[in-house]
Design a protein around this ligand. Structure first.
Ligand SMILES: Nc1ncnc2c1ncn2[C@@H]1O[C@H](COP(=O)(O)OP(=O)(O)O)[C@@H](O)[C@H]1O
Ligand SMILES: Cc1ncc(COP(=O)(O)OP(=O)(O)O)c(N)n1
Length: 259
């Protein structure tokens, strides 16, 4: 299941998540939190769903189907974050990847300060895996991140917030660190590195990564293996990114068909 927003341009959000689920041959269900008017150049409008609607969508799926894993994406406001957290607790669901969509890779804040506090205090502690990007990790870990060592310290600080494991993503870093992510689960501190793909078409990488992790978890794979395989998937999809629109195009989720 993905609990996330709609991207009208189809590059990120629910659209990217469902394509990623389909690629991994798992059935995708969705709880829509907001509707963005968005293309490869940016977001021009966001409309939030009512919390009651979020609850109804979630319950409709959960009472009927066996859900293997859940990922959360753009939750937009404090009310929706609290609603999602409440439902996860009520259903005792722990296999959750929390992609704390709060700041874009360019550093623009996407949700207000109250919502950020709720994300940190209420949802992050419910995460089996939290996947902040550089700027989100800076907020959650309350520190600046400029180096690999900073990413490692941030992952350990965010772990202390209650997430069972943390992946600090490097897409917002410079040079080779763009393709470096740092994992910490209270025991293992690992650096995951792939080649840097030289493309401007990186829209939706974070959504795609967290959706692929959730798909792998749903397939019964262990957490760290799920992350390793998801990162390799994103790297391949970046190689086949789609140069569509006037800005940052989406990654090529079905890259084997494009080869
Ligand atoms: N140019 C790139 N080459 C290779 N991997 C990248 C590149 N840009 C981002 N990634 C990877 O994409 C994933 C998503 O990271 P990031 O872009 O930081 O997330 P977000 O989209 O949430 O800001 C990470 O695994 C990161 O290492
Ligand atoms: C509806 C919606 N959800 C999430 C995002 C952010 O996407 P993400 O993959 O985390 O970030 P980029 O790689 O696109 O920077 C979004 N834009 N829209």
């Amino acid at each position: 299941m993905t609990i996330a927003g709609s991207d009208s341009g189809g590059g990120a959000g629910i659209q990217a998540d469902l394509r990623t689920f389909a690629f991994h041959c798992v059935h995708g269900t969705s709880v829509l939190t907001c509707i963005t008017a968005q293309n490869t150049q940016g977001v021009t409008r966001v409309d939030a769903m009512l919390p009651e609607s979020v609850t109804a969508q979630f319950e409709a799926v959960m009472i009927d189907m066996r859900i293997g894993a859940i990922k959360t994406g753009m939750l937009l406001n404090q009310e929706i974050i609290k609603t999602v957290a409440k439902k996860l607790v009520a259903f005792g669901f722990g296999n959750v990847v929390v992609d704390p969509v709060m700041v874009s890779r360019t550093g623009a804040q996407l949700i207000d300060d109250e919502a950020i506090k709720t994300m940190r205090d209420v949802l992050i502690p419910l995460a089996a895996i939290a996947t902040p990007n550089r700027y989100e990790a800076q907020i959650l870990a309350d520190m600046d991140i400029h180096s690999l060592e900073d990413m490692q310290t941030a992952a350990q600080n965010i772990y202390k917030l209650g997430a069972r494991s943390v992946l600090v993503k490097g897409g917002g870093m410079t040079g080779d660190l763009k393709a470096v992510d740092v994992w910490f689960d209270g025991d293992r501190l690992e650096v995951l590195q792939t080649e840097v793909i030289d493309t401007n078409h990186t829209h939706g990488t974070g959504c795609t990564l967290s959706a692929a992790i959730a798909a792998n978890l749903a397939l019964g794979k262990p957490r760290f293996q799920s992350v390793q395989e998801a990162k390799n998937y994103v790297t391949e999809a970046l190689k086949y990114a789609l140069a569509i629109g006037k800005g940052q195009g989406p990654v090529g989720h079905f890259f084997p068909l494009l080869k």
